[in-house]
Design a protein around this ligand. Structure first.
Ligand SMILES: C[S@@+](CC[C@H](N)C(=O)[O-])C[C@H]1O[C@@H](n2cnc3c(N)ncnc32)[C@H](O)[C@@H]1O
Length: 197
């Protein structure tokens, strides 16, 4: 089973990525994906649910629906997933739609819908550093708020021009490590979004 959390730590996940390459890894093993930090994801989402608009949410790199399942439990239904490898697992676990969308697709301008909030959990570190600002800027053409959940402080999106941190929180794992949740807006997008452009 591929996993994030106590049974397989972040280092062994890193080793798997090194050995197989991230994309091959998920292409072959998507059926077995499990995030053992789901309780941290749940705690963070529930504690911060009032800090983001839930009218239309995209669960980006949606895995097995770890974010979506929590929000569905809280009565948020206008949510869908996007993942190039695990979309069948996501659909099975959540009953929601999932588009086949990779970071490369995002850079190619393949997103065609607007969301109030995009949430990316345990995945934004997979974008290489030189593409990160382009991916984030492209996402901000389609969302008012962008939220990341990650077991480390990286990436620092507030370093990207126009991107502002609006909230930050963390949850402690059983080993006392922090899982972070951070919310961002883009000044320029917020203005055009409010104007309905
Ligand atoms: C560690 S999992 C996180 C899944 C889920 N969001 C969670 O919190 O457990 C990383 C996810 O990124 C997806 N992924 C891997 N490479 C990707 C790429 N190039 N573009 C978009 N998603 C990718 C994988 O299919 C996988 O579902």
């Amino acid at each position: 089973m591929i996993s994030m959390g106590k049974r397989t730590d972040t280092q062994s996940m890193y080793r798997n990525y090194q050995e197989h390459g991230v994309e091959n890894y998920y292409r072959e093993k998507w059926r077995e994906y499990k995030n053992f930090h789901e309780s941290n994801i749940k705690e963070l989402l529930i504690r911060n649910i009032g800090r983001f608009k839930s009218d239309c949410i995209l669960d980006l790199c949606s895995g097995g629906g770890e974010v979506t399942k929590v929000l569905l439990e809280k009565g948020i239904n206008n949510i869908s997933g996007a993942d190039p490898y695990t979309f069948n697992l996501y659909i099975k676990n959540t009953g929601k739609e999932c588009i086949d969308l990779s970071f490369k697709d995002i850079l190619r301008g393949r997103m065609d819908k607007r969301y109030t909030t995009i949430i990316c959990s345990f995945a934004l570190h997979l974008v290489d550093e030189k593409s990160l600002s382009m991916v984030v800027n492209e996402l901000f053409k389609h969302t008012e708020t962008f939220i990341i959940i990650a077991p480390h402080k990286r990436p620092f999106l507030e370093r990207i021009k126009g991107v502002n941190l609006i909230f930050s929180d963390y949850s402690l794992t059983h080993k006392g490590k922090k899982v972070y949740m951070r919310g961002y807006v883009n000044k320029n997008y917020s203005q055009s979004y409010r104007n309905g452009e």
